[in-house]
Design a protein around this ligand. Structure first.
Ligand code: PLP
Length: 362
């Protein structure tokens, strides 16, 4: 008797493994997932603490309160906002709603790994556009477009490289693609970025119907565990995504905490200031350690280890984990000699650099 078989496109796929790292040490320093360095807004924690009744009730399918809070905070059109169970869910439902198995979807060489994963799950063909200097390259993306291209994923700024392309380049990209191609512009780290030549993509969405901007509460707002993300897109795109999204995929706790986190402007400003204070410190310390890294506008850094020493980055990940510090090895991105570290709090950052130095001295 034959057993049921999964779709061919699923059978050949590997499960996506976030790989936050492992350590036997109980008091861990976790710098492996680009989470917020300052924890969570007390406002959000208070909202969660008072959420003790109606646990037996389903959440609303759509939280108008949270959507209005997002629209107010970022001066956006509430009719174009869709909520998701993390932006990961939105990435996934975009591919399900828009990609036919005969379609192609472009993603960038060192782009966020969920993009090729979601494309493969949909059954469509993923097409890689080479980066230049660990940065997405508009010409390389454009060169991959053909009549089968349906969608382009661009994380700006990108994880794990920490690099971004300028407003001018984003606009050039958008202008050069046919209007039937959907540009998925993932701005997960936008709140950290203060550069004048950066855009988060919302202005493109306001003017054009073939762009969706993705955002998350997992990074700046420190709510990764509640799984809350949102998208900004035309009402046509939104209504089609809602047909695929689970009706109750965003839970009530996430809705309450999300609203409270958005109101806590001080926490958001402190988090951005913390990042801006520690990023140059990391850069200085890494230079002292003679390690190469990508200049990053995000809350993490991609560090390169000297090639000469065999398996250097992987040994560093292990060495650090044994001392209770989790960082992310980059093998899955095809960069075995690199590691990615998130900016943590003061004590975590100092401990990380101290232990990294001790690894390199060994
Ligand atoms: C570029 C990018 N997009 C999306 C996500 C996923 O965010 P969420 O926690 O909202 O699913 C991440 C998380 O690391 C990310 O780096």
């Amino acid at each position: 008797m034959n057993n049921p078989t999964a779709k061919a496109s699923i059978e050949k796929l590997e499960t996506y493994k976030p790989n936050f790292g492992k350590s036997k040490i109980s008091n861990l320093i976790r710098l492996s997932a680009n989470e917020g360095a300052l924890g969570t807004s007390l406002n959000a924690i208070k909202a969660l603490n008072s959420f003790t009744h109606n646990l037996n009730r389903y959440p609303p399918q759509v939280s108008d309160d949270l959507i209005n809070a997002i629209a107010n905070r970022y001066s956006l059109d509430y009719k174009k906002i869709i909520l998701g169970n993390g932006s990961d869910e939105l990435i996934s439902i975009i591919t399900q709603a828009f990609l036919e198995p005969t379609d192609e979807a472009i993603y960038t060489e060192f782009g966020f790994l969920q993009f090729p994963q979601a494309i493969s799950v949909s059954g469509a063909k993923g097409v890689v556009a080479r980066d230049v200097n660990f940065t997405a390259n508009v010409d390389n993306i454009l060169s991959k477009i053909n009549t089968k291209t349906k969608l382009i994923f661009l994380a700006n700024a990108n994880n794990p490289t920490g690099t971004f392309i300028s407003k001018e380049e984003v606009i050039r990209l958008h202008k050069s693609i046919p209007s039937n191609i959907l540009l998925v512009y993932d701005a997960a780290y936008s709140e950290f970025i203060i550069n004048n030549d950066y855009i988060d993509g919302s202005s493109l969405v306001d003017k054009h119907d073939n762009v969706i901007m993705l955002r998350t509460f997992s990074k700046l707002h420190g709510l990764a565990s509640l799984r809350l993300g949102w998208g900004y897109c035309s009402e046509y795109i939104l209504s089609n995504l809602m047909k695929v999204r689970g009706p109750f995929s965003v839970n009530t706790a996430a809705m309450l905490a999300g609203i409270a986190a958005l109101e806590d402007i001080q926490f958001q400003e402190n988090s951005v200031a913390h990042n801006l204070e520690w990023m140059p410190w990391f850069e200085k310390e890494l230079k002292l350690l003679k390690l190469d890294f990508q200049t990053s506008v995000t809350n993490f850094l991609l560090i390169k280890f000297p090639d000469e020493i065999f398996n250097n980055a992987q040994s560093a990940v292990k060495f650090l984990a044994e001392r209770g510090i989790l960082v992310r090895g980059m093998d899955a991105y095809g960069l075995p000699n690199y590691l990615r570290v998130s900016i943590g709090n003061e004590e975590e950052n100092i401990t990380f650099i101290k232990q990294l130095k001790s690894f390199l001295d060994n």
